[in-house]
Ligand binder design. Sequence first.
Ligand SMILES: CC(C)(COP(=O)(O)OP(=O)(O)OC[C@H]1O[C@@H](n2cnc3c(N)ncnc32)[C@H](O)[C@@H]1OP(=O)(O)O)[C@@H](O)C(=O)NCCC(=O)NCCS
Length: 147
Amino acid sequence: MSEIIIKKAERQDVPEIAEIERKSIPEPWSEAAFAAALSDEKAVTLAAFSDSVLCGFITGVYLLDTADIYSVAVSEEYREKGVGKRLLEEFFSALPNDVQAVNLEVRESNFPAINLYKKFGFEAVGLRKDFYREPRENAVLMTKILC
Ligand SMILES: CC(C)(COP(=O)(O)OP(=O)(O)OC[C@H]1O[C@@H](n2cnc3c(N)ncnc32)[C@H](O)[C@@H]1OP(=O)(O)O)[C@@H](O)C(=O)NCCC(=O)NCCS
C-alpha cells in the first residue's frame, strides 16, 4: 500500500467520509452531522489518504480537559494495514495540551476497535446497557489518561 497521508478533513471530503461511515457503522452519522463537526472549532476531524483516495477518518471533540472520540473507520479494503493506528496517533497530536483524558464508547462485540483502543492505552471503565439500538448492544466505555 502507498504511503498514508493524514490531513485535517475539509468540506469536500464529507460525502466520502459519510460513505465510509455508512458502510462501517450500524447507526451512521449523516453528511449534515459531519459537516457540522467540521465547522465546530472544538472538533477534530481527520481524513486518511492513500494515493489521493480517502480511505479512513476519525472525528472527535474536546472541551477543557476532556476529549471524546465519536467515530473512527477505515474502508474495508484498507483495513489491517495500519491506517487506524495512524488516525489515532494524529488525533492525539491534534489535541490541545490541556486535554488530560480521552473517552469513547464502542460496541461490546467490536473486537478490532477494542483491540485498537487498548493498543493506545484505553481502558474499559464502564458498560452502558443497551446503549446501541440497531442492533441492540451494550457499549463499553473506554478512557485513556494522557500524561
Ligand atoms: C477499527 C478499525 C478502525 C481499525 O482500523 P485498521 O486500519 O484496520 O487498524 P490498524 O491496521 O491500524 O490496526 C491497529 C490495531 O487494531 C487492532 N485490529 C485491527 N483490526 C483487527 C482485527 N480484524 N481483529 C483484531 N484486532 C484488530 C489490532 O490491535 C491492530 O494492531 P496490530 O496490527 O499491531 O495487531 C477498522 O476495523 C474499522 O473501520 N472498523 C469498522 C468501523 C468501526 O467499528 N469503528 C469503531 C467504532 S467505535
